[in-house]
Design a protein around this ligand. Structure first.
Ligand SMILES: NC(=O)c1ccc[n+]([C@@H]2O[C@H](COP(=O)([O-])OP(=O)(O)OC[C@H]3O[C@@H](n4cnc5c(N)ncnc54)[C@H](O)[C@@H]3O)[C@@H](O)[C@H]2O)c1
Length: 72
C-alpha cells in the first residue's frame, strides 16, 4: 500500500514511517515543512534510520499547499 505520512520528520510521524517501512509491505511518502527552523536538525535526525530506504520518498512542503492529485 502507498501511504502518505504528514509530519514525517516529527516525533510521531518519524516513528510511524519507521514502523511502516520495517514491515516491508508499504511505500511511504513523508511530507514535512520543517515549520520551525530548529526542526530541520531534529527532523533530519528523526528520519536518519529510513531516509534512504528505497520505499521512502520525502516531500518537503506545507500540507496546506500540496497538490494531492500529483501524489499518485
Ligand atoms: N522524546 C519524546 O518523548 C518526545 C519528543 C518530541 C515530542 N514528544 C511528544 O510528541 C507529541 C508531538 O509529536 P508530533 O509528532 O505531533 O509533533 P512534532 O512537532 O514532533 O512533529 C510535527 C511535524 O509536523 C510538521 N508540520 C507541522 N505543520 C506542518 C504543515 N502544515 N505541513 C507540513 N508539515 C508540518 C513539523 O515540521 C514537524 O516536523 C507531543 O505530545 C510531545 O510532547 C515526545
Amino acid at each position: 500500500m502507498k501511504i502518505v505520512v504528514t509530519g514525517a520528520a516529527g516525533f510521531i510521524g518519524s516513528h510511524l514511517c519507521e514502523h511502516l517501512l520495517a514491515g516491508g509491505d508499504h511505500e511511504v511518502i513523508g511530507v514535512d515543512a520543517f515549520v520551525r527552523e530548529e526542526l530541520q536538525a531534529i527532523g533530519t535526525k528523526n528520519m536518519e534510520s529510513f531516509y534512504k530506504h528505497p520505499n521512502f520518498q520525502m516531500i518537503t512542503a506545507n500540507i496546506l499547499n500540496i497538490d494531492w492529485h500529483k501524489i499518485a
